[in-house]
Design a protein around this ligand. Sequence first.
Ligand SMILES: *[C@@H]1O[C@H](CO)[C@@H](O)[C@H](O)[C@H]1NC(C)=O
Ligand SMILES: *[C@@H]1O[C@H](CO)[C@@H](O)[C@H](O)[C@H]1NC(C)=O
Ligand SMILES: *[C@@H]1O[C@H](CO)[C@@H](O)[C@H](O)[C@H]1NC(C)=O
Length: 702
Amino acid sequence: MLYIFHLLSHLLYSLFSLQCPRSPTTPPSYPLAVRNPYLSAWLPGDRVQHLPSASPQFWTGQELTWSVIVRVDGQAYSLMGVDEHGDVQLPAAVVQHADFTATQSTFRLSTGRLSWTLAFLSPVSPANHLRQSLPFSYLTVTVHGSANEIQIYTDIDGRWTGRAGDSDRALHYNDRDALAVYSLFLKNRDNLTYAEDSDMALWGEAVLAARSSAGSTVSFASGPVTAVRTQFVAGGRLTDTDLPWAGDEGVVGLAHDLGAVKGSRSVTFAVGYVREKAINYLGEAYTGYYRARYPSTAEAVAFFLDDYDEARSEAKRLDEQLARKATAAAGSKYAEILALSTRQAYGGIDLTIPEATRDTNDVLAFIKELSSDGNINTVDVIMPAFPIYYVLDPEYIRLLLEPVLRYLAAGRWRHPYVIHDLGAHYPNATGHDDQNAEPMPVEESGNLLILVLAHARATGDPHWAWQYTDLLRRYADYLVANGLNIPFQLSSNDAAGPLANETNLAIKAAVGLRAFGTLFGEEKYSRIASQYARSLFDHGLATDPSHSHFVLQYPHKPASWKIPYNLYPDVLLGLHTFPPDAYRMTRDFFSSSSSSSSSSSSSSAVRGPYGVPLDHRQDWAKSDWNMWLAATFGPGDAQTQFVDDLWSFMTNGKHSWPFSDRYLARGRRAGLPVLCRARPTVGGHFAILAWDGPGSLSHKEL
Ligand SMILES: *[C@@H]1O[C@H](CO)[C@@H](O)[C@H](O)[C@H]1NC(C)=O
Ligand SMILES: *[C@@H]1O[C@H](CO)[C@@H](O)[C@H](O)[C@H]1NC(C)=O
Ligand SMILES: *[C@@H]1O[C@H](CO)[C@@H](O)[C@H](O)[C@H]1NC(C)=O
């Protein structure tokens, strides 16, 4: 069945691709509405053939109701999300084609002689803070063909507000200036500010909105799903009434009545999740940037709907440029990897201003460590993701690090090394005054120094970094003292456990020192960096005796290895801490021993069926670090091999989570993801594209 579907979609692909480039791959999960950690709705790839009855999921896997029903000359059809065993039984549309770009997932279906497109657009517009910060996503339903009477309906249920099973929900309907807005929220949310249930926000409200126009009046209804949908199916419009709420069976629905259609017509709905108090930054509420201009939800969603044409044309330019540049950089498989990574990378971020002042000169960005523990502004999440910021808008490095630097500069973190994160759980960026953040001393100190240089280089403006000179020098001094003879500690890959003298950390320390020395013109640090690099590489402290590869750990562990991905910023930022021979050695080691057979028991088999694992002890690989390493190699077979392996994982049809950055590269269960899903660290996949230069896909370039 799946195979036939693939054949069909390939066939259709070849037809469509004559006009515009399309991606024929089935991803593990399609982003539908993915804008921030609490607006993150996906359609698992294995459900797409059954789209008319398939429900989307929140990124963590909770089921959500989001349906689309259409009516053609009195006959209703389900296009999405109508349970085929439910009370409302409808003929299902036939799924014809599915594809995705960086900003949009599109499904084409047919009902008799009409065809339909469902386009789910989540804008990615980092430099346009207003557009980027709006916590809404577009669903545009287009009918192609002619009929005397067309009506289009969509609904969402109470589970969008978290706490499935809790019947205590309230709703608010607002209808002014032809704008229909439903807000849906937990009744006793007042004492739930900043609280989550299984990663869903319990405060704030889910929003469904649409606008009436000259050609169509929007009708509305809420209540038990069967009653609301039956109104539409029977009469083509809703009764503009709210029936008593029905717990998990309750939906809010909106319907457009287009009347006669000739050719093609579209209607657009907005779906969102609004938190007025978005983030708790050190006790102060931060709200979405957009609230400076549009302080109420109704105003914000009205602007969002009005902005559709411009948002869509910007999205189209981004999709096309990204596809073109990524293909030129590393082929069409690489372009598909980046297309699937883009919304997810920005979907981990909120862009905010202080709620009290709404001062747009005080913009801060917050990022959630999705899946692993929910930490906020984790420095070693910003680090792997930074290539996407470097490419799309390097200011995000500053926006994400500024909240951390303010906290460090205030002296509330007393350790001599950089803090791991700004709070144990999103959205509480309340720091760790108890001094108990997860300790990754060399990791985070190196990360901060490198990121600060990356920002200065990419923007051409070192002034932000210069404000923190003394603070940063303290961390450089820490690396001088602890960067070569490294005490037992964790690195970013905490699942692999702590080690002393981990080579990849030592590389990070040397590169970090060099970054500091370069940025501040303090020769001493650059000299020490070179000295450390000479010990590690030239003198062989961190290689095997024959200089074939970097070891996992030194001294005296010649058979061990780990991918030394921390070389990447050394090359990207032109720091030359390590000589080209170090990169060449690494490239040769990771491309020489290929084991495409499944018997990967030989210890020399570095590459499994889905690529190279993190180190010799693991079966699992990290997609972000693998792309960093591939970018370090430069163009060529080794890089292509890494890209092919990640693409094979992404498209193997064995899993259906939002893009996982951690998966088994070898072993019995090769090709399956492990723990991590929907993480913004997929921004690291842009490492190869970053070679095009900073801001190469920025607003200015589109
Ligand atoms: C929140 O408020 C409701 C009443 O509005 C109460 O039933 C509930 O116990 C409160 N929860 C907490 C955690 O205080
Ligand atoms: C954030 O902190 C508040 C207390 O200020 C707490 O009620 C809430 O549960 C916390 N949120 C998370 C996700 O831990
Ligand atoms: C770490 O490496 C240094 C050599 O640079 C060595 O002196 C030290 O004993 C090593 N530490 C451990 C725990 O092996």
